[in-house]
Write a protein that binds this ligand. Sequence first.
Ligand code: ADP
Length: 440
Amino acid sequence: MEETLKILVVNNDEVDRMAVIVALTQADSYIELHEVSEINKALIALRSSKFDCILINNCLTDQDGLNSIHKLHSSEIKVPLVIISDQGNEQIAVELIKAGATDYIPKSKLSSETLVQTLRSAIRLYRAETEAASANQKLKESYEQLLHQNQELEKQRQQIQLQNLKLLEASRLKSQFLATISHELRTPMNAIIGFSQILLRPKFAQLTNQQTDMVERILNNGKHLLMLLNEVLDFSKLESGNLEIKPEIFDLSTIVNKTVEEIRSLAEAKKLSLELKIDLQNKLIFNDPVRVHQILINLLSNAVKFTENGGICVKVKETPGNQVTISIEDTGIGISPGDFEHIFEAFRQVDQGISRKYPGTGLGLAIIDSLVKTMGGKIFLESQLDVGSIFTIELPRKVILSPNSSFNFGGDGLYYSTNNHLPSTSIFSKYFMEYPNLKP
Ligand code: ADP
């Protein structure tokens, strides 16, 4: 059904006005007409009621027509406006449209059909324009909103960047502090260890049994403290990318033997067995003996620390691809698979409580992980809670120097520095397996 249009006819000539009204009523029954004789009365009518269109039937002069349009526009009343003009020239049409009229009909072309057609299409056009304008306005608003959000985001990005820089600086200072403090503490610690060793020499001092016991305790605790300090120092070096690897050719079996013997007294103190099985055709490898020793001592200390009954077995053998593997098996508390990944992160321990049973910094495995990765090796972990653990290190017989590493041929031979900035937790060096062999 066609929409009924409410039209306001404005004309100061009553005859003309009647003619237009009659023409419109005859042509379209869906038109509701209201009439006024002048523009001021039209304004009053427009303020009190809503119209779909105004038809100014103009026996006013052209100037009056333009003024009427301006008056309507300045009144802020939004309604389409159609003008019937006495003159039929194009120039007047252009001016009226420019001033804001929606359409224009020369009186000469006036008929019932053209009148209705023009009114309906003027209303359609006006509504379409209004809708387009409101859509445009909405677009403009959302564009401005987006612009504002973008500015906010940019501000936040800059703030995050600033925070990041501050965090990096704080972390650098922390590493530097750790490095300095552990380095400084090592000097007096070495003196404590050195002098207690001298005191224990029989030809140097005649100590009673009780005194010997006390000096031995000083020595052992000093060594333990030195180990902790070395871990912190290594960790801070790893963080700043300054951990060095100095490879040379050495006998792997000698290093493993020496390390096992170093740990034997600890194992005996806990009544644990400590076995070593070396099966090597070629005992020589090209690696950093100090770092290999460090890896072994850490793994062996952990094995002793986390085992209460049974024992530890160290196996060394050759594996295909010119690799050597060292595995350290224990019958200790074991590790649940959910903790496999975490224990290789710095400061992470399965038991993080203050009152934990087993002491330690939580740095050992993080350092081992980084060292093994730097050497181009892999770590395998098999473990089961309350059964035991096997940590296996697979190393190339000759260390592989990664493309990120830098070489210096200094006085002391080949010098190798890693560019790792953080202890790695990447899966590259670790392969985890659940414990397949040991049964409770
Ligand atoms: P720390 O021994 O100083 O705590 P590590 O980095 O060497 O630090 O080890 C991290 C954690 O991994 C230990 O706290 C322990 O929870 C677990 N862990 C390491 N080795 C063993 C092991 N042989 N048996 C059981 N748990 C172990």
